[in-house]
Design a protein around this ligand. Sequence first.
Ligand code: MN
Length: 349
Amino acid sequence: MIDPNAKATSKDGIYGLPFKEHNAQVVYLPIPWDVTTSYQAGTSKGPAAILKASEQIDFFDLDFVDAFQAGFFMKKESAKIKKLNTTGRLLAKKIIDADDESMKKNKLLQKNLAKVNLISEELNREVYLETKNLLNQNKIAVVVGGDHSTPYGAIKAYAEKYPKLGILHFDAHSDTREAYMGFAHSHASIMYNVVETITSISKLVQVGIRDFCEQEYEFTKNNKKIDVYFDQDIARRKLNGEAFQKIAKEIINKLPEHIYISFDIDGLDPRFCPNTGTPVPGGLDYQEVMLILHELVASGKKLVGFDLVEVAPNPKDKGNEWDANVGMRLLYKMTSVSLASLGLIKKRK
Ligand SMILES: [Mn+2]
């Protein structure tokens, strides 16, 4: 019997819970990955930081009854993925540091770029197979990144299980670059790759976007599957006196029956994620996200899967758990929302 009022320790498992993979409804896949991170590396340490911070959870929730009873389990970080990350990052670093001219002339750099792209494809395959395996057992598979390239394989597996899947994408960045610095599977291209290559996906709704290039703006504007809630537009609507709840409802209304959330922590105001790879001013407030999640459950639509990416611990301040603390709470809430929307746990009111 689990005592929800006792102090948790992450030694027992994520959120201090004693579940194993076989008796857990929700399985978190930690992906320590930051191969193509261009600005600040460190997101590869995100999953471990979230696991450690998860000791701080308090299970009581005003919205849901004892979500943890469904069974949550975080797998061990895969040694293979760790090794791929180390190799890939060393190769990618030289490419990131090189200028356009040397990229054009230097054969070795070009070879390295091709290798990085292969390494990324290998990660996508690993995540896809792992997710597929869990979905076949009717579990919820949750990628915990790592940078934003990590959930591609998971989204592919979810899209196969749920045709016409809709993606709700929280992010500061559009992530719709058609390759970035030559990297075909970088964090900056995930949603481009999702929309272009996973064609059964019926909708992509982006929220909090405030950093993008012209190509991304044109791409999202010209694609009928994509709706963008730019941070600036949300802010101005609020400043003009519109209720955020109306915006939250509108966002959920745009989505189909089956929803997958891809949550880049930097979609939030940077005060909730000061150490993320590429923070941008502005962004959503924590409670605004909570309201969107609340509206999702109220709509009767189903949150079939989700991920959380780009959470990074502070490299200069080891004991500082702030980003991971926010991340683990957001992860717990999304898990509860998913379970409630699927009728697997009870709502409190
Ligand atoms: Mn992102």
